[in-house]
Design a protein around this ligand. Structure first.
Ligand code: ZN
Ligand code: ZN
Length: 251
């Protein structure tokens, strides 16, 4: 008798809960949290506020150019003082929406956003064969405190999307670093010097590395990672980020 009742009540219960679940979890804009039609879709206001980066740009650091300067042209900063990475690209200029998505992933624990970010980044993967995806690592204490490394989450999705291998353990942050916010470029470079090293037994010798970070600010962190990777024998290092702070302030 009770079994019969239970069987009957399950579909009823499901039907009763469905509208509630739908109501509790409507798709929301990853930029501002507005309710939108589909999962991981930006609302119109956020969409129109995003500045996607692409060609023409500096062949090395990806700085947008006003006009096409020809294949392989580099910006003045790269010519004067070439960064240790071979190329750097980002999906978006750092602005309100790019920042909101990055902060929601990192501090709001909306880890589902790592998939959306990886999907956008997949379009910017440079044509390099035999590459290994390596995320910018967190120090183990910070990893323990936060529970996840946002760049490693992005790297995992990117590996799935591109068929490239991700290695989350090859590059280590061996020294804790202060948050770089507010520091001058020189102070940033000093703060991250010697902070990264390759783990013993890594398999990056002779390989191209696709280095993953969420936000490219001064490039100090990426440069320190690239130096460690190249010291360890990586053939080339290509930085790929969600957003890049542009010298003019972005958006
Ligand atoms: Zn929005
Ligand atoms: Zn450049």
């Amino acid at each position: 008798m009770s079994r019969l009742l239970l069987h009957k009540s399950v579909p009823l219960l499901k039907a009763a809960l469905r509208p509630l679940a739908d109501y509790a979890l409507p798709p929301r804009c990853p930029g501002c949290g507005e309710i939108v039609d589909a999962d991981h879709a930006f609302c119109l206001a956020c969409w129109s506020g995003m500045r996607f980066l692409g060609e023409p740009c500096c062949a090395r650091c990806g700085l947008p150019f006003e006009y096409d300067r020809g294949d392989g042209a580099e910006c003045g900063a790269c010519l004067a003082d070439p960064p240790p990475y071979d190329s750097a690209r980002a999906v978006l200029a750092y602005g309100d929406v790019a920042r909101a998505v990055a902060l929601r992933l990192k501090y709001g624990r909306r880890i589902g956003l790592s998939r959306l970010i990886a999907k956008q980044m997949a379009r910017q993967v440079p044509a390099i064969g035999n590459a290994v995806i390596v995320p910018v690592p967190l120090h183990r204490w910070r990893l323990w405190w936060r529970g996840f490394n946002q760049s490693a989450l992005i790297a995992r999705h990117l590996a799935r999307l591109t068929g490239l291998r991700a290695d989350n353990h090859a590059l280590l942050r061996i020294r804790r670093t202060q948050p770089l916010r507010g520091m001058t470029p020189k102070a940033r470079a000093r703060a991250v010097r010697g902070a990264f090293a390759l783990s013993p037994g890594h398999e990056l010798k002779g390989r191209a590395v696709l280095l993953i970070d969420d936000v490219h600010t001064s490039g100090a962190t990426a440069a320190a990672c690239a130096r460690a990777l190249k010291r360890g024998g990586a053939a080339s290092v290509h930085l790929l980020c969600w957003a890049r702070v542009l010298p003019d302030g972005g958006d």
